[in-house]
Design a binder for this molecule. Structure first.
Ligand SMILES: [Zn+2]
Length: 178
């Protein structure tokens, strides 16, 4: 059982600032803190130096299924699952930490981080809802984001089976998920 701590306001503000710096959408902040919308809006403008972008959050799981995004999402989710097991953190703090590690990993490989923190947050929600899961690749054994009913016996990941147009190993920049 994870102890549900009552966050002090200072802790909530700190968390909101971290998320804003990582580029989170305002909806993420609203969902993950108890701060008022007005407060968050002010904070956002202060920290980001601009107004938050309007419009809806991405609702679809499709993005995570496309080739390169799937590799990035899988990299993040592997880290997230690992932290979830070993660290006693609240879910949003696990997301923040896993996302920071994802940024470090992509930077060290000289890759553009395709996964935004908002999408990473969304991904964890999709996994919580059972709309997405992870399946082990039948070739390399790495765990990748898939729909829940993927048949593991036949599943081959995007690193083992890149689309024909992609130079092998190029887009993934040598990322390893196993
Ligand atoms: Zn594979």
């Amino acid at each position: 059982m994870r102890a549900k701590s009552i966050l002090t306001e200072a802790k909530q503000i700190e968390r909101a600032i971290t998320l804003i710096k990582l580029g989170a959408r305002l909806q993420v902040l609203e969902s993950e803190t108890d701060l008022s919308y007005e407060r968050l809006l002010r904070l956002y403008k202060e920290v980001a130096g601009k107004s938050p972008s309007k419009g809806q959050l991405p609702f679809s799981t499709d993005w995570f299924m496309t080739w390169q995004p799937n590799i990035h999402a899988s990299l993040f989710l592997n880290t997230h699952e690992y932290l979830n097991k070993v660290a006693e953190m609240e879910e949003i703090d696990t997301i923040i930490k896993a996302y920071q590690l994802y940024l470090e990993q992509t930077q060290s490989q000289g890759l553009e981080p395709l996964l935004s923190v908002t999408r990473a947050w969304r991904l964890v929600k999709f996994v919580d809802n059972g709309m997405l899961t992870m399946t082990a690749c039948s070739k390399c054994g790495g765990h990748f984001v898939t729909h829940p009913h993927e048949i593991a016996k036949h599943y081959v990941c995007g690193l083992c089976n890149p689309p024909a147009r992609a130079g092998k190993g190029k887009a993934s920049g040598g990322l390893q998920l196993h």
